[in-house]
Design a protein around this ligand. Structure first.
Ligand SMILES: C[S@@+](CC[C@H](N)C(=O)[O-])C[C@H]1O[C@@H](n2cnc3c(N)ncnc32)[C@H](O)[C@@H]1O
Length: 229
């Protein structure tokens, strides 16, 4: 289970909203929902996460667990421009996506991204482990590290996009010790959103101290979780 990396067979597939994702056949797992990669990202992370925080403050500090294809990051950027937000974005990723995969996914051509296609490429070409001002509105720090070895600063994040592979294939990323580390990295009132609505995940989040809500999920999925510190 712990040997995800590049040795696994990776295939680009098209999801039901027409956007693409990466499929790992060994795990029968996708990077995004097969019901629609963009739809899922917009619903789970932007609408259920960023929109909430943006109502409180125009400056939002975000941690993404599983930076992957950068889809959540570029959709966040697009949203920040529309909403006049300033974003500090930190992405944790143990196995960066390859450039040829980024090209094949063609996210830069999506209607939500096309206007910002250059920025999307800069997100990927920017150095790991360095905080970079991609634009005046968007600071990025990509951390190439295993989540279990990641040691964030305490109390700095307003919002966590928890976008790991599911607990079926990577249960070690959904343990209470991981949620505790994230809880400590968040400010009081900060929220964590995830597409997963499993009972055990909900109970572990509650045990760590979060207030947890089951809220409507993206198309094809009844529920998702939002946890507030
Ligand atoms: C469900 S995918 C989502 C990726 C991303 N949010 C996106 O929209 O493309 C999960 C991501 O977590 C990364 N990952 C897997 N195991 C990890 C670990 N132990 N530590 C950090 N990242 C990990 C994978 O490489 C993958 O990019």
């Amino acid at each position: 289970m712990l040997t995800l990396p590049k040795v696994m067979k990776r295939e680009i597939i098209t999801t039901k909203d027409g956007s693409k994702t990466i499929h790992l056949s060994d795990w029968q797992e996708n990077y995004h929902s097969h019901h629609g990669a963009v739809q899922e990202a917009l619903h789970v992370f932007i609408k259920s996460g960023l929109d909430n925080k943006a109502r409180e403050n125009s400056s939002v500090s975000i941690l993404e667990v599983g930076f992957g294809t950068g889809l959540n990051a570029i959709l966040t950027y697009a949203h920040a421009l529309k909403g006049d937000l300033h974003i500090r974005y930190e992405g944790v990723e143990a196995y960066p996506v390859e450039l040829d995969e980024i090209n094949e996914l063609a996210y830069a051509e999506l209607k939500e991204v096309a206007e910002y296609s250059e920025v999307y490429h800069v997100l990927h070409s920017s150095e790991w482990e360095q905080r970079v001002s991609i634009t005046p509105e968007f600071e990025l720090l990509k951390r190439k590290v295993m989540l279990a070895e990641y040691t964030p600063e305490a109390g700095v994040f307003d919002l966590v996009y928890f976008d790991a592979f599911g607990p079926r294939v990577q249960p070690e990323l959904w343990e209470a010790s991981i949620f505790e580390m994230l809880y400590n990295a968040m400010r009081p009132g900060a929220i964590l959103v995830t597409y997963c609505a499993k009972g055990q995940v909900r109970r572990d989040l509650i045990a760590v101290g979060f207030y947890v809500e089951k809220i409507p999920g993206p198309p094809g999925k009844r529920e998702m979780l939002r946890a507030t510190k």
